[in-house]
Design a protein around this ligand. Structure first.
Ligand SMILES: Cc1cc2nc3c(=O)[nH]c(=O)nc-3n(C[C@H](O)[C@H](O)[C@H](O)COP(=O)(O)O)c2cc1C
Length: 181
């Protein structure tokens, strides 16, 4: 039997959502997500990840513009490229960076944000593709704008907001998980 509580409900019901209502996050929602990011565990508590919660719509649009100018407007590199901006029209996108590319720690931080979002009634989409921005000519411009040192590496991003779609759950391959006795 699956044990149901607020935490497991949030984990088990989280889905990637790529359509959002035009509603900003309130201060408490943002503060709660930031706390979830801050308290994410990291190896030896090294806290290598630096996260920027971008709430400025015009900045998100500019990121999308620079990203698409670099990767192309019809790139298959990310989902719904044909109609969505790379941040999926969410009111907030958090971008995570680290000095040496700490993908493990960043992954744990991003999942903390995703589950926390679900737990407070919000939805999210984890976004790797926007990292291409930092392979292109605008990399330094954006690191400066986001107050990220030049030598830091983009790890992962996540958009969060009030969801505006209810997709079917994505299938999972049950054989990936096995008990060894
Ligand atoms: C590391 C990682 C990178 C992802 N990058 C993107 C992305 O760039 N764009 C996007 O639309 N979805 C992205 N996703 C969302 C996945 O496509 C989604 O999690 C997967 O299809 C499973 O669906 P679910 O989250 O609804 O269970 C990413 C997810 C993960 C974990």
């Amino acid at each position: 039997m699956i044990i149901k509580n607020e935490v497991t409900n949030a984990i088990l019901s989280r889905q990637t959502i790529r359509e959002y209502k035009d509603i900003p996050l309130n201060d408490d929602e943002l503060e709660t997500l930031m706390k979830a990011a801050l308290l994410a565990p990291s190896g030896r508590n090294g806290q290598p990840c630096h996260v920027r919660f971008i709430t400025d719509k015009s900045m998100l649009e500019e990121i999308n513009h620079d990203f698409k100018e670099f990767v192309g407007y019809d790139t298959p590199a990310y989902t719904r490229a044909e109609k969505n901006p790379v941040y999926h029209n969410a009111p907030v996108m958090a971008m995570i960076f680290s000095e040496n590319g700490s993908k493990m720690d960043a992954g744990i931080m991003v999942e903390n944000i995703a589950i926390c979002a679900k737990g407070i009634g919000l939805e999210s989409v984890i976004i790797a593709s926007v990292g291409a921005l930092f392979d292109g000519p605008d990399s330094l411009k954006w690191k400066n704008r986001l107050n990220i040192p030049e030598n830091y590496v983009f790890d992962i991003a996540i958009s969060v907001g009030h969801g505006d779609e209810k997709p079917e759950p994505k299938p999972r391959e049950i054989s990936r998980i096995q008990i060894v006795k």
